[in-house]
Design a protein around this ligand. Structure first.
Ligand code: KDG
Ligand code: MG
Length: 403
Protein backbone atom coordinates (compact mmCIF):
# COMPACT_ATOMS: atom_id res chain seq x y z
CA UNK A 1 0.00 0.00 0.00
CA UNK A 2 2.02 2.97 -1.26
CA UNK A 3 1.36 6.68 -0.78
CA UNK A 4 0.84 8.18 -4.25
CA UNK A 5 -0.43 11.65 -3.41
CA UNK A 6 -0.05 14.11 -0.53
CA UNK A 7 -1.91 17.43 -0.41
CA UNK A 8 -2.04 20.19 2.18
CA UNK A 9 -5.30 22.10 2.42
CA UNK A 10 -5.53 25.36 4.39
CA UNK A 11 -9.03 26.59 5.08
CA UNK A 12 -10.75 29.11 7.36
CA UNK A 13 -14.32 28.02 8.16
CA UNK A 14 -14.60 30.30 11.21
CA UNK A 15 -10.91 29.84 12.02
CA UNK A 16 -7.87 28.45 10.20
CA UNK A 17 -7.28 24.71 9.86
CA UNK A 18 -4.51 22.90 8.02
CA UNK A 19 -5.34 19.40 6.78
CA UNK A 20 -2.96 16.86 5.28
CA UNK A 21 -4.57 14.46 2.82
CA UNK A 22 -2.69 11.27 1.91
CA UNK A 23 -3.89 8.98 -0.89
CA UNK A 24 -2.66 5.43 -1.43
CA UNK A 25 -2.31 3.47 -4.66
CA UNK A 26 -5.42 1.47 -3.78
CA UNK A 27 -7.42 4.69 -3.42
CA UNK A 28 -7.58 4.95 0.37
CA UNK A 29 -7.55 8.52 1.68
CA UNK A 30 -6.32 9.44 5.15
CA UNK A 31 -6.48 12.83 6.86
CA UNK A 32 -4.19 14.45 9.42
CA UNK A 33 -4.61 17.69 11.38
CA UNK A 34 -1.63 20.04 10.86
CA UNK A 35 -3.15 23.14 12.47
CA UNK A 36 -0.87 25.31 14.63
CA UNK A 37 -2.84 28.34 15.76
CA UNK A 38 -1.39 31.60 14.45
CA UNK A 39 1.48 29.84 12.65
CA UNK A 40 -0.57 27.73 10.21
CA UNK A 41 1.43 28.50 7.07
CA UNK A 42 4.72 27.48 8.68
CA UNK A 43 3.45 23.90 9.09
CA UNK A 44 1.82 23.98 5.68
CA UNK A 45 5.16 25.00 4.06
CA UNK A 46 7.14 22.47 6.16
CA UNK A 47 4.86 19.73 4.90
CA UNK A 48 4.66 20.87 1.28
CA UNK A 49 8.32 21.75 0.82
CA UNK A 50 10.07 19.18 3.00
CA UNK A 51 7.80 16.27 3.89
CA UNK A 52 5.53 15.62 0.91
CA UNK A 53 8.49 14.69 -1.37
CA UNK A 54 9.56 12.10 1.24
CA UNK A 55 6.10 10.53 1.43
CA UNK A 56 5.44 9.77 -2.22
CA UNK A 57 6.14 6.10 -2.84
CA UNK A 58 6.47 5.20 0.88
CA UNK A 59 4.66 2.16 2.29
CA UNK A 60 1.62 3.53 4.16
CA UNK A 61 1.68 0.47 6.45
CA UNK A 62 4.97 1.51 8.04
CA UNK A 63 3.64 4.03 10.54
CA UNK A 64 6.44 3.64 13.12
CA UNK A 65 9.18 3.71 10.52
CA UNK A 66 7.75 6.83 8.87
CA UNK A 67 7.57 8.55 12.26
CA UNK A 68 11.22 7.72 13.01
CA UNK A 69 12.26 8.66 9.47
CA UNK A 70 10.70 12.12 9.75
CA UNK A 71 11.90 12.70 13.34
CA UNK A 72 15.46 11.37 13.17
CA UNK A 73 15.85 12.13 9.48
CA UNK A 74 15.29 15.87 9.90
CA UNK A 75 18.38 16.15 12.16
CA UNK A 76 16.71 19.32 13.56
CA UNK A 77 14.47 17.68 16.09
CA UNK A 78 11.34 18.73 17.92
CA UNK A 79 9.70 22.14 17.95
CA UNK A 80 6.01 22.85 17.35
CA UNK A 81 6.25 23.21 13.56
CA UNK A 82 8.21 20.00 12.97
CA UNK A 83 6.23 17.96 15.47
CA UNK A 84 2.85 19.18 14.17
CA UNK A 85 3.93 18.22 10.65
CA UNK A 86 5.02 14.76 11.84
CA UNK A 87 1.81 14.52 13.87
CA UNK A 88 -0.31 15.20 10.78
CA UNK A 89 1.46 12.47 8.79
CA UNK A 90 1.10 10.04 11.68
CA UNK A 91 -2.61 10.76 12.18
CA UNK A 92 -3.27 10.39 8.44
CA UNK A 93 -1.43 7.04 8.38
CA UNK A 94 -3.50 5.71 11.30
CA UNK A 95 -6.62 6.87 9.45
CA UNK A 96 -5.49 4.99 6.32
CA UNK A 97 -4.63 1.87 8.33
CA UNK A 98 -8.06 1.82 9.95
CA UNK A 99 -9.81 2.32 6.63
CA UNK A 100 -7.67 -0.40 4.98
CA UNK A 101 -8.66 -2.87 7.73
CA UNK A 102 -12.23 -1.62 8.04
CA UNK A 103 -11.78 -0.94 11.78
CA UNK A 104 -11.81 2.22 13.94
CA UNK A 105 -8.36 3.38 15.03
CA UNK A 106 -9.09 2.69 18.72
CA UNK A 107 -9.51 -0.96 17.81
CA UNK A 108 -6.03 -1.01 16.27
CA UNK A 109 -4.75 0.50 19.54
CA UNK A 110 -6.07 -2.48 21.50
CA UNK A 111 -9.78 -1.68 21.74
CA UNK A 112 -11.92 0.43 24.04
CA UNK A 113 -10.83 0.56 27.67
CA UNK A 114 -13.94 2.57 28.63
CA UNK A 115 -17.41 3.30 27.27
CA UNK A 116 -16.83 6.94 26.37
CA UNK A 117 -14.48 9.86 26.83
CA UNK A 118 -15.21 12.39 29.59
CA UNK A 119 -14.90 15.97 28.34
CA UNK A 120 -15.05 19.31 30.12
CA UNK A 121 -17.16 22.28 29.20
CA UNK A 122 -15.79 25.83 29.05
CA UNK A 123 -17.91 28.10 31.22
CA UNK A 124 -17.13 31.80 31.15
CA UNK A 125 -18.69 35.20 31.73
CA UNK A 126 -18.24 38.91 32.30
CA UNK A 127 -18.92 38.44 36.02
CA UNK A 128 -18.78 35.63 38.59
CA UNK A 129 -22.57 35.29 38.52
CA UNK A 130 -22.64 35.04 34.73
CA UNK A 131 -19.91 32.41 34.83
CA UNK A 132 -21.63 30.31 37.48
CA UNK A 133 -24.87 30.47 35.46
CA UNK A 134 -22.94 29.36 32.39
CA UNK A 135 -21.39 26.45 34.34
CA UNK A 136 -24.90 25.48 35.48
CA UNK A 137 -25.99 25.25 31.83
CA UNK A 138 -23.19 22.76 31.14
CA UNK A 139 -24.25 20.69 34.15
CA UNK A 140 -27.88 20.73 32.95
CA UNK A 141 -26.60 19.38 29.61
CA UNK A 142 -25.07 16.47 31.50
CA UNK A 143 -21.44 17.57 31.63
CA UNK A 144 -19.45 15.89 34.41
CA UNK A 145 -16.67 18.47 34.36
CA UNK A 146 -16.57 22.23 33.79
CA UNK A 147 -13.75 24.74 33.50
CA UNK A 148 -14.49 28.25 34.82
CA UNK A 149 -12.87 31.47 33.52
CA UNK A 150 -14.29 34.95 34.17
CA UNK A 151 -13.39 38.52 33.34
CA UNK A 152 -11.04 39.95 35.95
CA UNK A 153 -12.44 43.21 37.38
CA UNK A 154 -10.37 46.19 36.27
CA UNK A 155 -8.92 44.49 33.17
CA UNK A 156 -10.39 45.10 29.71
CA UNK A 157 -9.77 41.58 28.44
CA UNK A 158 -9.23 38.25 30.16
CA UNK A 159 -8.13 34.93 28.66
CA UNK A 160 -10.83 32.30 28.21
CA UNK A 161 -14.00 34.38 27.91
CA UNK A 162 -16.38 33.32 25.18
CA UNK A 163 -17.84 36.19 23.16
CA UNK A 164 -20.34 34.49 20.82
CA UNK A 165 -23.39 32.46 21.71
CA UNK A 166 -21.97 29.00 20.85
CA UNK A 167 -19.67 26.84 22.93
CA UNK A 168 -16.49 28.05 21.25
CA UNK A 169 -13.84 30.34 22.68
CA UNK A 170 -11.81 31.85 19.82
CA UNK A 171 -9.04 34.24 20.88
CA UNK A 172 -7.32 34.59 17.47
CA UNK A 173 -9.15 37.48 15.81
CA UNK A 174 -7.97 40.32 13.55
CA UNK A 175 -4.97 40.34 11.27
CA UNK A 176 -2.66 41.76 13.94
CA UNK A 177 -2.37 40.55 17.56
CA UNK A 178 -4.74 42.19 20.04
CA UNK A 179 -2.83 43.86 22.91
CA UNK A 180 -4.16 42.91 26.33
CA UNK A 181 -3.15 44.13 29.79
CA UNK A 182 -2.32 41.68 32.56
CA UNK A 183 -2.27 42.22 36.32
CA UNK A 184 -1.23 39.21 38.41
CA UNK A 185 -2.29 40.76 41.73
CA UNK A 186 -5.81 41.41 40.42
CA UNK A 187 -6.00 37.86 39.09
CA UNK A 188 -4.78 36.25 42.32
CA UNK A 189 -7.35 38.20 44.34
CA UNK A 190 -10.12 37.24 41.94
CA UNK A 191 -9.57 33.60 40.91
CA UNK A 192 -10.23 32.05 44.37
CA UNK A 193 -13.47 34.05 44.62
CA UNK A 194 -14.62 32.70 41.25
CA UNK A 195 -13.89 29.12 42.25
CA UNK A 196 -15.44 29.53 45.72
CA UNK A 197 -18.64 31.00 44.25
CA UNK A 198 -18.88 28.14 41.76
CA UNK A 199 -18.67 25.51 44.50
CA UNK A 200 -20.93 27.49 46.87
CA UNK A 201 -23.68 27.78 44.26
CA UNK A 202 -23.31 24.52 42.32
CA UNK A 203 -21.88 22.16 44.91
CA UNK A 204 -19.21 19.48 44.69
CA UNK A 205 -20.99 16.99 42.42
CA UNK A 206 -18.88 17.68 39.35
CA UNK A 207 -15.23 18.14 38.40
CA UNK A 208 -14.05 21.75 38.48
CA UNK A 209 -11.13 23.02 36.38
CA UNK A 210 -9.37 26.35 35.90
CA UNK A 211 -6.65 27.54 33.49
CA UNK A 212 -4.04 30.10 34.64
CA UNK A 213 -2.54 30.14 31.12
CA UNK A 214 1.17 30.19 32.00
CA UNK A 215 1.17 33.59 33.73
CA UNK A 216 2.34 33.05 37.32
CA UNK A 217 5.64 32.62 39.09
CA UNK A 218 6.08 29.28 40.93
CA UNK A 219 5.45 30.96 44.27
CA UNK A 220 2.31 32.71 43.01
CA UNK A 221 1.14 29.39 41.60
CA UNK A 222 1.78 27.71 44.95
CA UNK A 223 -0.26 30.40 46.69
CA UNK A 224 -3.12 30.05 44.20
CA UNK A 225 -3.09 26.26 44.42
CA UNK A 226 -3.18 26.42 48.23
CA UNK A 227 -6.08 28.87 48.22
CA UNK A 228 -8.06 26.56 45.89
CA UNK A 229 -7.55 23.43 48.01
CA UNK A 230 -10.90 23.66 49.87
CA UNK A 231 -12.74 23.58 46.53
CA UNK A 232 -11.32 20.22 45.38
CA UNK A 233 -10.18 21.21 41.92
CA UNK A 234 -9.89 18.53 39.25
CA UNK A 235 -6.88 20.52 38.07
CA UNK A 236 -5.17 23.87 37.98
CA UNK A 237 -3.87 24.19 34.42
CA UNK A 238 -0.69 25.85 33.14
CA UNK A 239 0.17 27.66 36.36
CA UNK A 240 3.62 28.81 35.20
CA UNK A 241 5.41 29.16 31.82
CA UNK A 242 5.64 25.51 30.77
CA UNK A 243 9.21 25.40 29.47
CA UNK A 244 10.54 25.63 33.05
CA UNK A 245 10.02 22.06 34.29
CA UNK A 246 11.98 22.76 37.51
CA UNK A 247 9.39 25.41 38.52
CA UNK A 248 6.94 22.64 39.27
CA UNK A 249 9.14 21.35 42.11
CA UNK A 250 8.50 24.62 43.91
CA UNK A 251 4.75 24.63 43.17
CA UNK A 252 4.48 21.04 44.47
CA UNK A 253 6.10 22.03 47.77
CA UNK A 254 3.25 24.44 48.44
CA UNK A 255 0.02 22.83 47.30
CA UNK A 256 -1.86 19.56 46.85
CA UNK A 257 -4.16 21.06 44.19
CA UNK A 258 -3.69 18.74 41.16
CA UNK A 259 -1.57 20.27 38.42
CA UNK A 260 -1.97 19.96 34.65
CA UNK A 261 0.35 21.20 31.93
CA UNK A 262 1.42 20.38 28.38
CA UNK A 263 -0.64 22.14 25.71
CA UNK A 264 2.51 23.85 24.39
CA UNK A 265 4.66 20.71 24.59
CA UNK A 266 5.57 18.83 21.48
CA UNK A 267 7.60 15.83 22.63
CA UNK A 268 8.15 13.42 25.49
CA UNK A 269 11.34 15.31 26.35
CA UNK A 270 9.30 18.38 27.32
CA UNK A 271 7.69 16.44 30.14
CA UNK A 272 10.38 13.90 31.05
CA UNK A 273 11.19 15.44 34.46
CA UNK A 274 7.61 16.59 35.14
CA UNK A 275 6.34 13.03 34.84
CA UNK A 276 9.38 11.13 36.13
CA UNK A 277 9.50 13.25 39.30
CA UNK A 278 5.70 13.14 39.75
CA UNK A 279 5.51 16.93 39.57
CA UNK A 280 2.20 16.95 37.69
CA UNK A 281 -1.02 14.99 37.76
CA UNK A 282 -2.25 15.44 34.16
CA UNK A 283 -0.24 15.65 30.96
CA UNK A 284 -2.06 17.79 28.39
CA UNK A 285 -0.18 17.30 25.12
CA UNK A 286 -2.31 17.93 22.03
CA UNK A 287 -2.21 14.84 19.81
CA UNK A 288 -1.63 16.81 16.55
CA UNK A 289 1.06 19.04 18.09
CA UNK A 290 3.05 16.33 19.85
CA UNK A 291 3.85 13.98 17.01
CA UNK A 292 0.45 12.37 16.55
CA UNK A 293 -1.01 9.18 17.94
CA UNK A 294 2.28 7.26 17.84
CA UNK A 295 4.21 9.74 19.98
CA UNK A 296 1.40 10.70 22.35
CA UNK A 297 0.83 7.02 23.08
CA UNK A 298 4.45 6.84 24.24
CA UNK A 299 3.98 9.94 26.40
CA UNK A 300 0.84 8.52 28.02
CA UNK A 301 2.46 5.09 28.53
CA UNK A 302 5.41 6.75 30.25
CA UNK A 303 3.02 8.87 32.33
CA UNK A 304 1.13 5.76 33.43
CA UNK A 305 4.26 4.45 35.17
CA UNK A 306 4.10 7.46 37.49
CA UNK A 307 0.35 7.70 38.06
CA UNK A 308 0.02 10.70 35.74
CA UNK A 309 -3.17 10.74 33.67
CA UNK A 310 -3.91 12.18 30.23
CA UNK A 311 -5.84 15.40 29.65
CA UNK A 312 -5.31 16.18 25.99
CA UNK A 313 -5.57 19.73 24.78
CA UNK A 314 -8.61 20.11 22.51
CA UNK A 315 -9.67 23.71 21.94
CA UNK A 316 -11.38 24.96 18.76
CA UNK A 317 -8.00 25.37 17.11
CA UNK A 318 -7.57 21.59 17.01
CA UNK A 319 -9.64 20.47 14.01
CA UNK A 320 -12.25 17.70 14.26
CA UNK A 321 -9.59 15.41 12.72
CA UNK A 322 -7.19 16.20 15.57
CA UNK A 323 -9.98 15.81 18.13
CA UNK A 324 -10.91 12.42 16.68
CA UNK A 325 -7.27 11.29 16.84
CA UNK A 326 -7.21 12.25 20.53
CA UNK A 327 -10.50 10.46 21.21
CA UNK A 328 -9.28 7.16 19.72
CA UNK A 329 -6.25 7.34 22.00
CA UNK A 330 -8.35 8.42 25.01
CA UNK A 331 -10.68 5.49 24.57
CA UNK A 332 -7.90 2.92 24.47
CA UNK A 333 -5.28 3.94 27.06
CA UNK A 334 -5.40 2.80 30.69
CA UNK A 335 -4.54 6.19 32.24
CA UNK A 336 -7.05 8.45 30.54
CA UNK A 337 -8.01 11.43 32.70
CA UNK A 338 -10.17 13.85 30.75
CA UNK A 339 -10.38 15.36 27.24
CA UNK A 340 -10.70 19.06 26.51
CA UNK A 341 -13.44 19.66 23.97
CA UNK A 342 -15.07 22.74 22.50
CA UNK A 343 -17.53 22.87 19.63
CA UNK A 344 -16.14 24.21 16.38
CA UNK A 345 -17.52 27.43 14.90
CA UNK A 346 -20.51 26.77 12.67
CA UNK A 347 -19.00 26.89 9.15
CA UNK A 348 -16.55 24.13 10.21
CA UNK A 349 -19.38 21.59 9.98
CA UNK A 350 -19.55 22.24 6.21
CA UNK A 351 -15.92 21.10 5.92
CA UNK A 352 -15.57 18.40 8.61
CA UNK A 353 -18.15 15.74 9.43
CA UNK A 354 -17.03 13.82 12.49
CA UNK A 355 -18.79 10.64 13.58
CA UNK A 356 -18.05 11.16 17.30
CA UNK A 357 -21.03 12.45 19.24
CA UNK A 358 -21.88 13.77 22.70
CA UNK A 359 -24.09 12.05 25.26
CA UNK A 360 -24.20 12.31 29.06
CA UNK A 361 -20.94 14.14 29.60
CA UNK A 362 -18.96 11.83 27.31
CA UNK A 363 -17.91 11.83 23.68
CA UNK A 364 -18.60 8.53 21.96
CA UNK A 365 -16.85 7.04 18.97
CA UNK A 366 -18.61 4.77 16.52
CA UNK A 367 -17.09 1.80 14.71
CA UNK A 368 -16.57 3.90 11.55
CA UNK A 369 -13.26 2.81 9.97
CA UNK A 370 -10.17 4.93 10.61
CA UNK A 371 -10.68 8.19 12.49
CA UNK A 372 -14.28 8.49 11.31
CA UNK A 373 -14.09 12.11 10.10
CA UNK A 374 -15.16 13.07 6.57
CA UNK A 375 -13.49 16.09 4.94
CA UNK A 376 -15.17 18.08 2.13
CA UNK A 377 -12.48 19.68 -0.01
CA UNK A 378 -14.81 21.82 -2.11
CA UNK A 379 -16.37 23.25 1.05
CA UNK A 380 -12.86 23.92 2.38
CA UNK A 381 -12.08 25.93 -0.76
CA UNK A 382 -15.03 28.21 -0.04
CA UNK A 383 -13.20 29.43 3.09
CA UNK A 384 -9.72 30.66 2.14
CA UNK A 385 -6.98 31.20 4.73
CA UNK A 386 -7.09 34.46 6.73
CA UNK A 387 -4.09 35.65 8.71
CA UNK A 388 -4.94 35.61 12.41
CA UNK A 389 -2.84 36.05 15.53
CA UNK A 390 -3.35 35.13 19.16
CA UNK A 391 -3.36 38.17 21.48
CA UNK A 392 -0.28 39.37 23.35
CA UNK A 393 -0.09 40.53 26.98
CA UNK A 394 1.57 43.54 28.52
CA UNK A 395 1.87 44.50 32.18
CA UNK A 396 0.47 47.87 33.26
CA UNK A 397 3.90 49.49 32.70
CA UNK A 398 3.95 48.28 29.09
CA UNK A 399 6.41 45.39 29.44
CA UNK A 400 5.62 42.14 27.68
CA UNK A 401 4.16 39.28 29.70
CA UNK A 402 3.11 35.74 28.80
CA UNK A 403 -0.31 35.57 27.18
O1 KDG B 1 -4.06 28.39 20.47
C1 KDG B 1 -3.99 28.66 21.83
C2 KDG B 1 -5.20 28.04 22.51
O2 KDG B 1 -5.30 26.71 22.11
C3 KDG B 1 -5.10 28.11 24.00
O3 KDG B 1 -5.03 29.44 24.39
C4 KDG B 1 -6.31 27.44 24.61
O4 KDG B 1 -5.30 27.37 26.77
C5 KDG B 1 -6.10 26.94 25.99
C6 KDG B 1 -6.93 25.80 26.42
O5 KDG B 1 -6.71 25.33 27.52
O6 KDG B 1 -7.79 25.41 25.66
MG1 MG C 1 -4.99 25.96 28.42
Amino acid sequence: MKIVEADVIVTCPGRNYVTLKLTTDDGIVGYGDATLNGRELAVSAYLTEHVVPLLIGRDANRINDTWQYLYRGAYWRRGPVTMTAIGAVDIALWDIQGKALGRPVYQLLGGAARDGVMIYGHASGATIDETVADAARFLEAGYLAVRVQAKIPGLDATYGIRTGSGLTYEPAVGDLPAEEVWDTAAYLDFAPRLVAATRDQLGFGFHLLHDAHHRLTPLEAGRLGKSLEPYRMFWLEDATPAEDQAAFRLIRQHTVTPLAVGEVFNSIWDCQALIGERLIDYIRTAVPHAGGITHCRRIFDYADLYGVRSGSHGPGDVSPIGIAAALHLDLSIPNFGIQEYMDHLEPASEVFTPSYHYADGLLHLTDAPGLGVAFDESAARRYPYQRRYLPVNRLRDGSMHDW
